[in-house]
Ligand binder design. Structure first.
Ligand SMILES: Cc1cc2nc3c(=O)[nH]c(=O)nc-3n(C[C@H](O)[C@H](O)[C@H](O)COP(=O)(O)OP(=O)(O)OC[C@H]3O[C@@H](n4cnc5c(N)ncnc54)[C@H](O)[C@@H]3O)c2cc1C
Length: 449
């Protein structure tokens, strides 16, 4: 494998394209992010004929742009069993793929800015212990012990030593290559324009190079899933949030765990630098879907109103005009936008950089090597959909990972493979059922961070 640059995003490890496509497969997968490639990996190993279609390149969108946190810490309790399973898969990836994807269990620590945050972290740690997780509450001195020279005094913190980081630019490509080695076919620069539907059930996909028959289709299209499904009358409430990231050059800090402060977050990278970002502010473009899904997202908007920065402008018109569905024989938006590559929020990153340099002296003179943006796809209750769709037999959805799908991705891929082939699921998939958005279930949002 070699590396090459895409747009403003980080350099991804390239994955070789499969050459020949048979006319039919057992399972077709839309999307080559960490969810799609992990599903392909497990399905191929179970002996299924699998073809994965990626409109751009494997990992080119969220899965290659994220912060690289692989965390239980602060996670929605409904996701913890699947995240524990994901850690188990991550632990074997090096051996399974032959590639070091940078998975290192250095722990994840959140420092509390206020007593209220400290109490919330304590409550989470208590709840997490019920799942057998070694979740610790730290006092201020213990937090400081992890950060040599820390220029502030947090109100304690929460620490999960078994949590990890991994390298986003390596992980999805490595899993994709392992899936190929197990027999999966992977086609990049090959968009799926829509589903092939016969007699009320899914019969395959319509790609830009032709139809491919499949009795099961997994839609793992990240920020595009809702748009693709809407063509077929499947209403998936999903919106996009811009997250901005930067990385430093190599620097000696003595800080090992991945750490979240209220105004900046850091993860030590394999190359000796740090990935730096902040979730203190999220930028949301107001687009036609903002109105379409307003009712479902209202609880999340109320909860996050202090950290949401709304932006009105060109994206609204772009999506209104360009995102209309065209006949399947014509070029689609997925071919026009091969890689969703938003510009980062420069003002936010400037503030994050200033906080980091002021907060931790060893970062004072470090160079910033790169800045980029990524569009997070989110659901109203901020947990994913990993589910069949009753109204459309043959359709399985694996999407809506709401800003924390990288870490859980390998576990979610395993669960998707089991749902798609009617095997015993590795965890109870009920919290992730698609029907929760249409059957009157209340929208429950857990906000631990
Ligand atoms: C800046 C940022 C920081 C984040 N930090 C973290 C973190 O630290 N830890 C964590 O766990 N998560 C994090 N996340 C979230 C995580 O990256 C995502 O939840 C996860 O990568 C989602 O994976 P995915 O496969 O669903 O989507 P994606 O990686 O977006 O992949 C979907 C793929 O589908 C393709 N596609 C879409 N439509 C079509 C079509 N019609 N035909 C063919 N292909 C199609 C797209 O091109 C894309 O490559 C972060 C996200 C961002 C943006």
């Amino acid at each position: 494998m070699n590396t090459r640059l895409i747009h403003r995003g980080p350099a991804m490890t390239a994955v070789a394209n499969s050459q020949t496509l048979m006319g039919s497969v057992d399972v077709a997968i839309v999307g080559g992010g960490i969810i799609g490639v992990s599903a392909a990996f497990f399905l191929a190993r179970q002996g299924n004929r699998v073809a994965l279609f990626e409109k751009g390149e494997v990992g080119g969108e969220q899965s290659g742009r994220n912060w690289g946190w692989v965390r239980l810490a602060g996670r929605d309790l409904r996701e913890l069993p699947l995240m524990l399973q994901a850690h188990a898969v991550w632990s074997t990836l090096h051996q399974e793929t032959g590639i070091d994807v940078g998975y290192r269990r250095r722990g994840i620590l959140y420092a509390a800015k206020t007593p209220k945050a400290r109490d919330r972290y304590r409550r989470w740690a208590l709840a997490a212990r019920e799942f057998g997780i070694d979740a610790r509450s730290l006092d201020p001195a213990e937090v400081a012990g992890f950060v040599p020279g820390l220029n502030r005094t947090p109100f304690g913190g929460m620490y999960v030593p078994e949590d990890a980081g991994a390298e986003p630019q390596l992980a999805a490509p490595a899993i994709a290559s392992a899936a190929q080695a197990a027999g999966a076919l992977i086609f990049q620069n090959c968009a799926v324009r829509g589903l092939d539907i016969e007699a009320g059930r899914v019969a395959g996909v319509v790609t830009e190079t032709g139809r491919v028959k499949a009795s099961t289709v997994i839609v793992a299209g990240g920020a595009w899933s809702s748009h693709l499904l809407a063509r077929h009358g499947v209403r998936l409430p999903q919106l996009k949030v811009l997250s901005s990231v930067m990385r430093t050059g190599p620097v000696e800090t003595g800080i090992e765990p991945t750490m979240g402060f209220s105004d900046f977050s850091i993860r030590k990278r394999l190359d000796g630098g740090y990935t730096v970002a902040s979730s203190a502010v999220s930028l949301v473009d107001v687009v036609p879907d903002s109105f379409r899904f307003f009712r479902e997202f209202l609880p999340a908007i109320k909860l996050e109103r202090k950290s949401l920065k709304l932006r009105f402008g060109k994206p609204f018109v772009d999506e209104l005009l360009a995102y209309r569905h065209r006949p399947l024989e014509q070029k689609s938006i997925y071919e026009t936008v091969r890689v969703l590559d938003p510009a980062p929020d420069g003002d936010l990153l400037a503030r994050v950089e200033a906080h980091m340099r002021a907060g931790i002296p060893s970062f004072r003179d470090v160079s910033i090597l790169q800045k980029w943006g990524g569009m997070i796809d989110t659901t109203p209750d901020v947990i994913p959909v990993i589910s069949k769709v009753e109204a459309l037999p043959g359709l399985v959805i694996g999407t809506g990972f709401s800003g924390h799908g990288f870490g859980i991705g390998p576990g979610a891929g395993q669960l998707l493979s089991e749902i798609a082939t009617d095997r015993q699921p590795c965890v109870d998939p009920t919290p992730f059922r698609f029907s929760r958005f249409g059957d009157g279930s209340p929208i429950e949002i857990q906000n631990w961070l």
